[in-house]
Design a protein around this ligand. Structure first.
Ligand SMILES: Cc1ncc(COP(=O)(O)O)c(C=O)c1O
Length: 377
């Protein structure tokens, strides 16, 4: 796997490397500082070398089959290709599914802290975001809080497993709480499982396998984008276990779901069929980075609290006991020249937090940690 040099990283035009001034070490946004797999790059080069940029819809069934095979191999789930549809991104699939299964004014449950675009995905369509805070200790789902948040206008739960930003893999007991509530209140569950391939401990639990009570009410989406560092290619596969949502989407004009490019489909196909070794290598590196951050924080900044993520390449850091608690990401940017995602965007209660990105080289991570320590003084 190819690690980035500073020079190559800074030549990138991506949001990660162009948002901040060149003297800032970026550790925001979930892109990786590794080159995508060579097999994926070769596929893209092939299109360019052939000047092959015309219409091409041939690969979509192959992508669905590859997604089904991948899920089966990795997570023991064999999704039905007939119930899959493609979208231009996971967020696109989330938003179209919400439009399909809820009406304006309906409530959609969101566990917080939450991946920040989900707030707009819900409210941008005129739905109400029903926030349910995870327990601060261990970031667990609390049954009473969930029950208390639901009323007769609640129609759906927008779920993220494994969870961004905490890195939790919700366990069987927690999923049973969600399944029970979903069944009793007849809620659709939209399950974003884009992080399912980055597991440090344990295993990814697709919601569909975890509890029978999810049957018939689930929409599950994932993508090669996060796992293989090709988010800019924009391609997602969603599986519709909830028939009315699928019927609604199929009833829309044929192009309303959008269309990924032929290169994006071909890249997803290559990723899911040829790039297992690459992913294994990257996942092991990321676990190393997680452990390295844990070791350095424990010895050099024990006042920064965090729960070791079980999954994802995100570090959700709590600065409550530090001198920068009022605005950790702001101070880190100003004093340390380190770019992190501010906790506030993940929920109004999380202003003392910031999110770092662990999918990086040892050198970049140490640079980021040094900057954080400088900020903390
Ligand atoms: C939970 C989650 N869902 C969706 C996305 C974005 O996926 P896409 O670019 O396919 O919309 C991300 C990106 O970080 C994410 O963390």
């Amino acid at each position: 796997m190819q690690e980035l040099s500073y020079e190559k990283a800074r030549s990138r035009q991506s949001y990660k490397w162009k948002l901040y001034d060149p003297d800032v070490m970026p550790s925001h946004v979930a892109d990786m500082d590794f080159d995508p797999p060579e097999a994926v790059l070769d596929v893209i080069r092939g299109f360019l070398d052939r000047g092959d940029l015309g219409y091409n819809f041939f690969r979509i069934p192959d992508v669905f089959q590859a997604f089904s095979d991948w899920q089966d191999r990795h997570h023991g789930w064999r999704p039905d290709t007939d119930r899959m549809r493609s979208f231009t991104s996971v967020l696109h699939a989330v938003e179209m599914s919400l439009m399909a299964c809820t009406d304006p004014g309906d409530g959609v449950v969101l566990f917080t802290p939450s991946y920040h675009p989900f707030f707009d995905s819900i409210t941008g369509g005129g739905r109400r975001c029903v926030e349910v805070q995870l327990e601060r200790e261990g970031w667990r789902i609390n049954a009473e809080r969930l029950e208390a948040a639901i009323d007769s206008t609640t129609r759906a739960i927008l779920f993220c497993q494994p969870h961004n930003p905490t890195g939790r893999i919700f366990d069987e007991d927690e999923l049973a709480i969600v399944a029970d509530v979903a069944q009793r209140h007849d809620l659709v569950v939209i399950s974003d499982e884009i992080w399912g391939d980055f597991i440090h401990e344990g295993a990814h639990r697709p919601l569909t396998l975890s509890d029978d009570r999810f049957a018939g009410r689930l929409v599950t989406m994932s993508s090669a984008s996060k796992s293989f560092n090709v988010a800019g290619l924009h391609c997602c596969v969603a599986h519709f276990d909830h028939a009315p949502t699928l019927d609604y989407l199929d009833g829309l004009p044929p192009r309303a779901r959008g269309m990924s490019t032929p290169m994006s489909f071909a890249a997803a196909l290559a990723a899911w069929t040829e790039c297992q070794d690459w992913l294994d290598g990257v996942a092991a590196e990321i676990t190393d980075r997680r452990n390295h951050l844990a070791a350095r924080l424990a010895s050099e900044a024990p006042q920064v609290r965090w729960d070791l993520p079980e999954a994802t390449y995100l570090a959700w850091l709590d600065f409550s006991d530090t001198s920068i608690a009022d605005d950790p990401a702001g101070h880190a940017l100003e004093r340390g020249r380190l770019g992190m995602d501010p906790g506030l965007v993940f929920g109004a209660q999380y202003g003392t937090f910031a999110r770092m990105n662990l999918a990086t080289t040892q050198e970049f991570l140490d640079d980021a940690i040094d900057r954080l320590l400088r900020t903390l003084g």
